[in-house]
Design a protein around this ligand. Structure first.
Ligand code: AMP
Ligand code: MG
Length: 500
């Protein structure tokens, strides 16, 4: 049954119209009893949606896929990907469907799609469905990342289906509505590269340049400029992840966007005590996607992207092409480091507005030694930064309480203060607070909130946690428990799953 709603979302279809061979037409599978779990009003306003038309009766029908907006054109996108280093020539949207694109209030084109809305020609063995737990997890983590200033896809709605999905045990089903700058991935390019469809790669490259990096067309070598832009976006993204302690967990090339947004919140988690080797994903046995490996993996993924562009780069530069691509890839590490060190300096309260972008040798060592100190003492990554604010006010007690012994910390604090004293305008505690969140979606709280929603239909813990992580820099006395790390025992045994 193909149900069309009378509701229109002002959808456009640049992907479907300009890339006719890049998708399959699909239709969502109707669900028994859709119920709205969550709706993102502020995102809806940003997208310019008519929120009045999306009443409590209409919204669950639309965002479960039971009724398809009259101007939607549901498609499943084709893509390939390296999963844990192994190339899979055909993946594609196995449980996601793009409804169309809107132009948001900033003039930016954004995709709106459903995830968990049934099988597609790319579903392979899967059922095309999603559960309440993983859907709410993606919703929460995306909103937390957005509030932390990290580029990310976001959730517009989460709807329960009233139907069970079959996993290790039956679980309540749900559909997520996802908003993205686009869903084009490194894996989208790989799909056509694997089939040696080089004209398709050109069409796709032209499309993403128009959509994400239009200035590339002004360059003598637009496709090399595209590579440069994607490398930079990913370097910026990785610096942001690393500065908040985010572990993606499944950094396959099909989960690496061309736009530079975080996508696919599956086995991701925030690190508690600082250890670059931290891994939570139950399937990441070798620690390929461990916290500290992430920048290196991003570069590996970008190298796979560059390979898909080689035929185009060849036409631009002939024999010079692979040297050009290599030179661009070599900018990843310095660009990442530049953003990471600058971000770390801002978090230490040492960003000097009079000397933006500069980094002295003593500042670099200070940042490095801080991380070494946190690793050595297994200190909570979020609280350590945050408690620097009190230390800047002259009280280092809270910070010291995170360390078993404080001699090395005291020595480090002396150096930190010496650099501050050399600044024209020493850091204000408030600036440190606004660069360092007090609240992250802590793993034990995420699990607690999701279990209450999924097992008992109780959304209150989820909504409370969502409210806290949406304003992560604003301390509130009533929220003390949200700032408290999990027990060591919880963290030692914590495992995340791919959410399928
Ligand atoms: P992910 O690990 O979520 O990035 O997914 C990898 C691939 O598996 C993508 O092609 C997904 O569309 C597909 N996939 C994941 N879960 C399901 C499911 N339940 N049904 C069908 N396809 C799925
Ligand atoms: Mg994926």
């Amino acid at each position: 049954m193909m149900n069309r709603s009378t509701i229109a979302l002002d959808l456009e279809h640049s992907y479907a119209e300009q890339l006719p061979d890049f998708f399959a037409e699909v239709w969502p599978t109707p669900v028994r009893n859709p119920g709205l779990l969550q709706f993102n009003q502020s995102l809806a306003r940003e997208l310019g949606l008519d929120t009045k038309a999306l009443s409590v009766e209409v919204a669950p029908q639309i965002f479960s896929g039971n009724e398809v907006p009259c101007d939607a054109r549901p498609i499943a996108q084709a893509y390939a990907g390296h999963q844990f280093g192994n190339f899979v020539p055909q993946l594609g949207d196995g449980r996601a469907m793009l409804l169309g694109e809107v132009i948001d209030c900033h003039g930016v084109r954004r995709d709106i799609g459903l995830k968990g809305s049934g099988r597609t020609p790319f579903s392979r063995g899967g059922d095309g469905k999603a559960g309440v737990g993983p859907v709410l997890r993606e919703y929460l983590l995306g909103e937390a990342m957005h509030a932390l200033g990290v580029p990310t896809t976001r959730a517009l709605a989460a709807v329960s289906t009233g139907e069970p999905i079959m996993r290790e045990r039956p679980l309540p089903g749900a559909v997520l509505t996802r908003v993205a700058a686009s869903h084009v991935r490194v894996g989208t390019f790989q799909y056509f590269a694997a089939r040696r469809q080089f004209e398709h790669i050109r069409t796709l490259a032209d499309y993403v340049i128009r959509r994400h990096y239009p200035k590339s067309f002004e360059d003598d070598q637009p496709y090399l400029a595209l590579l440069r832009n994607v490398v930079e976006s990913q370097a910026v993204l990785l610096a942001r992840w690393m500065l908040v302690g985010f572990i993606h967990g499944v950094m396959n090339t099909d989960n690496t966007t061309i736009s530079g947004e975080t996508i696919d919140y599956g086995p991701c988690a925030f690190m508690d005590s600082y250890d670059p080797r931290t891994v939570f994903s139950s399937i990441d046995h070798a620690g390929r996607y461990a916290f500290g490996n992430q920048p290196g993996v991003a570069l590996w993924n970008l190298t796979r992207f560059a390979e898909t562009l080689l035929p185009l780069l060849d036409q631009e530069a002939g024999e010079q092409a692979s040297a050009d691509a290599t030179a661009v890839l070599e900018t990843f590490v310095p660009t990442f480091q530049q953003h990471w060190y600058q971000g770390a300096l801002a978090k230490l309260g040492l960003a000097d507005p009079d000397k933006p972008g500069s980094l002295s040798a003593s500042e670099r060592t200070l940042v490095d030694d801080w991380h070494e100190l946190l690793a050595e003492h297994a200190v909570d990554y979020t609280l350590a930064w945050r408690f620097l604010a009190e230390a800047a006010e002259g009280n280092a007690d809270k910070l010291e309480s995170l360390f078993a012994a404080s001699t090395e910390l005291d020595e480090w604090l002396k150096r930190w203060r010496a650099i501050q004293n050399g600044m024209a305008s020493p850091p204000l505690a408030s600036a440190i607070r606004s660069a360092n969140p007090l609240y992250i979606p802590r793993n034990h709280l995420v699990e607690e909130a999701i279990a209450a929603a999924s097992d008992d239909g109780d959304l209150r813990p989820f909504e409370s946690l969502l409210k806290v992580v949406q304003a992560p820099f604003d301390e509130h006395p009533a929220y003390a428990r949200y700032a408290t790390p999990a027990t060591q025992e919880f963290t030692a045994n914590y495992k995340t799953f791919c959410g399928t």
